[in-house]
Structures are given as C-alpha cells and as structure tokens.
Design a protein around this ligand. Structure first.
Ligand code: 16G
Length: 249
C-alpha cells in the first residue's frame, strides 16, 4: 500500500490528488491514459471510497482528467495555446498547429441585424446581415461555437458560397476582396449555457471563454461581428506584454 501522511492538516484526498498530478507532470500518465479508478485508489492508499472520489473530482474540476460515464477517468489532452494579438482565423490557427480545421455549419441566413449586431457593425437594426452559426472543429473534435454576423450588403450571395468546412476569412478575401485588417476583441469567462454546452460537448455550467470580436476592413469599416464560446478545458490564451517608457511612473 502507498502511504499518505496522516496527522497533518493536509486532507487525504488532496494528497492523493497531488500524487496523481505528479504522475501527469512526469509523463508517467499521458493524455488519453486511464487514471486509476476509485476502487484502485481506495486499495492503493487505504482510504475510503469517498476520499478517492473527491481526489478524482478535484482533478476533473481542474480540467486535468475527463470522466467518461461507465468507462472511468482519462488524462485530458493538453490545452491549445492561442496567442492573443494577431488577427488570425480559426483555420489559420489550427493549420499552424498541424491540426485539421473544420466547421459544421449549423445555420445560415439573412436576417435583420438586431440591436447588438447593429451596434457592433454600426448599421441600422433593420439592416440585413448574414448570420451564421458554426461549430468549429480541430481534428474532428469540437473546440468552439461561433455565431457571426456580417452586413449583407458587403457580402451579397454569401449564403450560397458557405461550405461545410470552409474558412470565412478566406471566402471574404477570395470572393469579395475583403481583407480584415484590425479587430477589437473582448474575452470573459462564463458558465457554459445549455444550448452551447450540448454543441461543444462540455457540461452545462462548465467554464467557457466568451469572445466577442468586431473586425474592420482596411478602410476601417466594421465588417464582422462574432461571438465565440471556446471550451475552457481545451484553451489557454496567451499574450506578450511589452513595457514601454510611458508605462513608467
Ligand atoms: C476566429 C475568430 C472569429 C472568426 C473566425 C474565422 C476568435 C476568437 N474568433 O475563430 O471571429 O470569424 O476565426 O475563421 O479568434 P475561419 O476563417 O476559419 O472561418
């Protein structure tokens, strides 16, 4: 039996959790590997089933393992690191990592912009936008849900050109000569709503990153408004920070 340190104020579940984290960090357990079950942990550490369950639940909460109903817990895949700063597309980001980008077009149609998109795109609320909902995939795995609106007047006929796996930015460039040059983006953590959770295959309420992007063309006209729900368990966003003379107090 593996011994835990009793008579210290560190809970037993936490000590088991740390042992498992050590196995993950040293590579002894690799992504996709099965993690010891509750029963195995109970036997190995001489603890109650409750304590073993708590250790696994904590690893799951941290996104380090995934529990598959009836099959056990498995080591989660490393998060994709996405730099914030460059105005890139989902397809470009995935290709850069050697992953096959994909999109499942869930809906697309020309509709009145509505308040939020109208404000973002600086057009009247009644103006037509092409609104599309796409599930973004990397190597076939759902990564994010994206709902994009573009002023229809700028991209007439686009609904007939949208393909299942195509890149929107490439389509804009090749068919409409529209190059997005700049964007404003916000990012916030939210509990995943039910509809989005079902699509990106996470539990309702688990953390997702809601990203809103307004992208402008080369002459500064707002051209794309996209809200994206990125899986919190699969993404880590990074930025590079530069300290300049003006920052010094
Ligand atoms: C990214 C953008 C999204 C854009 C899409 C185009 C973020 C948070 N969002 O996912 O605004 O519509 O790329 O990708 O980065 P595509 O050209 O592959 O369709």
């Amino acid at each position: 039996m593996d011994h835990l340190t009793r008579h210290v104020p560190v809970p037993l579940y936490y000590q088991i959790m740390r042992r498992l984290v050590d196995l993950l960090e040293s590579g002894q357990l690799a992504p996709g590997d099965r993690v010891p079950s509750e029963r195995e942990l109970t036997e190995r550490f001489g603890v109650s089933r409750m304590t073993a369950r708590q250790a696994l639940a904590e690893l799951e909460r941290q996104g380090l393992v995934l529990r598959v109903q009836g099959k056990g817990s498995f080591v989660a895949h490393a998060k994709l690191e996405q730099p914030l700063g460059g105005l890139t597309s989902f397809s470009e980001e995935m290709l850069r990592r050697g992953l096959t980008p994909g999109a499942r077009l869930l809906s697309a149609g020309v509709v009145p912009a509505g308040r939020k998109a109208a404000q973002a795109l600086a057009i009247p609320e009644a103006a037509g936008v092409i609104r599309m909902e796409r599930l973004r995939l990397a190597g076939g795995e759902p990564m994010a849900l994206e709902v994009s609106s573009l002023p229809y007047a700028r991209v007439p006929g686009i609904e007939r050109l949208l393909t299942e796996e195509g890149s929107l930015y490439r389509l804009l460039r090749e068919q409409y000569n529209l190059v997005l040059a700049r964007a404003r983006q916000s990012l916030e953590a939210i509990p995943c709503p039910a509809h989005e959770a079902g699509l990106i295959q996470v539990r309702e309420g688990s953390p997702v990153l809601l990203i809103e992007r307004i992208a402008y063309d080369a002459s500064g006209i707002p051209t794309e408004f996209t809200r994206s729900w990125y899986r919190g368990d699969r993404y880590r966003f990074t930025t590079e920070l530069i300290r300049t003379e003006e920052d010094l107090l």
